[in-house]
Design a protein around this ligand. Structure first.
Ligand SMILES: [Zn+2]
Length: 437
């Protein structure tokens, strides 16, 4: 039987535990139905064949999606603002409003004929996390801010993570003003026609503006599904380098010039492509190299090509390894050019540094998984996300949930309600914990 002293001790001990943690996260009840309904409504703002979703930056569908998101944020009592490129911020003020906020979000644009969950899960999932925390009476200490990023996909202006890059200062106004879409519409005109008429200025966000950034996202591959694990904790994000290589030759008649006399840039490009595959196969687990675009000029069936231009995308989480593959690939390309007597030019389009997720944030996400008894797996994100750039300025972490057969950027992209529920519960728990750290 318990004595009065024992009861007193237990009471004081539990008070001590609560005070020591400074807060406690109440039982969170995520409303998955409400979240999926929001995702489906957002999916209707699309200029494409159902069920594929097409929502390009500053299109009328993007504008309608923006209005819908802002209305949802306001309905949940969040104060909404935006910057000149249209990154949208929805803030839940904490009891210490001057402390650096905890941020969570993702993007809501899509590629052509894409899926329902990529990016949008991170925006609406963050909103659902906030709504669930509000509903159980949680009061944040640091403010919690949802960020809905402008244009993570490359679909309209050929540049990825436009909003997050602008926010952290890795994309300047000068660079933005040079952008044009494939119809020749300038970024500036498109921006203003979407209602963002405020003069473009450099983003001046301070290093300590956010104390943490956490992005919830579908995995876009099938490691979690294969392993039967519901949550992925991202440790690193691989980043791309993009090069354009062009070989040129004199061309000639397809009928008259014999093979031994030709200086054929297409054969140089072909030999290069097969060599590249062999080079990458030496370390197949890490480096990725892709030739995604090939332009053959003049492109006539009856003429030997005069030029071939191709894109070379190399990705890795290790920058030194990425540089090594690039150097070896370009050396080989030059050797092939000499052998085949064609000229070669190389253009470096861009290189982004790979990102490491912040160990402290990863630990908080791990603790949140344990608190909910969810198993998890640490993994690398091969696709890049807004987190790649947020990590250049703020301590960042990413939570992955499985998507069916790893499919993404396609109309049948799918995440189950059960997986979404677990992802948002972990996100809510993580945001609540971070708001008291
Ligand atoms: Zn995405």
């Amino acid at each position: 039987m318990m004595t009065f002293q024992m009861l007193c001790f237990l009471f004081l001990f539990s008070v001590f535990i609560l005070c020591d943690a400074n807060f406690s996260v109440p039982y969170i009840s995520v409303n998955t139905e409400r979240l999926i309904e929001d995702l489906k409504i957002l999916g209707q703002f699309s200029d494409g064949d159902y069920p594929g979703i097409t929502r390009l930056l500053y299109s009328k569908e993007d504008k309608a999606a923006r209005r819908y998101l802002i209305a949802l944020f306001e309905k949940s009592g969040l104060s909404v603002s935006w910057d000149p490129v249209g990154n949208i911020f929805a803030r839940w003020e904490g009891s210490d409003p001057r402390a650096p906020a905890v941020a969570s979000g993702s993007h809501f644009d899509t590629l052509l004929n894409a899926g329902l969950y990529d990016g949008t899960l991170g925006v609406l999932g963050a909103l659902e996390a906030v709504r669930s925390l509000k509903e159980v009476g949680f009061e944040p200490k640091k403010s919690i801010e949802i960020v809905a990023f402008t244009s993570e996909e490359v679909s309209r202006f050929g540049i990825g993570c436009l909003g997050s890059r602008y926010l952290v200062g890795s994309l300047t106004v000068e660079e933005l003003l040079k952008l044009k879409d494939s119809d020749g519409v300038s970024f500036e005109n498109a921006r203003q026609s979407c209602g963002y008429i405020e003069k473009l200025r450099e983003s001046m966000i301070a290093e300590d503006y956010y104390s943490a950034f956490v992005e919830l996202h579908i995995e876009q591959y099938h490691i979690l599904e294969d392993e039967g694990v519901p949550i992925g904790l991202v440790t690193d994000i691989a980043a791309p380098s993009l090069y354009t290589i062009e070989w040129k030759g004199p061309g000639g008649h397809a009928g008259s010039v014999p093979s031994y006399e030709r200086q054929d840039p297409f054969l140089a490009a072909s030999e290069f492509a097969l060599n590249l595959e062999q080079l990458v196969l030496k370390d197949p687990k890490n480096t990725r190299a892709t030739i995604g675009r090939v332009e053959v000029y003049p492109g006539s069936a009856g003429a030997i090509p005069r030029s071939v231009r191709l894109s070379l995308d190399i990705r890795d989480i290790n920058e030194a390894a990425r540089i090594k593959v690039k150097e070896q690939a370009l050396e080989k390309a030059a050797a092939i050019a000499r052998k085949r007597k064609v000229t070669m030019e190389t253009l470096h389009n861009y290189s982004y540094p790979p990102a490491k997720m912040d160990p402290r944030i990863v630990e908080v996400i791990e603790d949140s998984c344990r608190a909910h008894n969810f198993s998890y797996l640490k993994l690398i994100s091969r696709p890049f996300h807004d987190s790649l750039f947020m990590a250049t300025k703020f301590p960042t972490g990413m939570i992955f949930i499985p998507c069916k057969e790893g499919k993404s950027h396609v109309p049948d992209e799918y995440a189950s309600p059960e997986d979404i529920l677990r992802g948002v519960e972990v996100l809510a728990e993580t945001l609540a914990r971070l708001s008291y750290q």
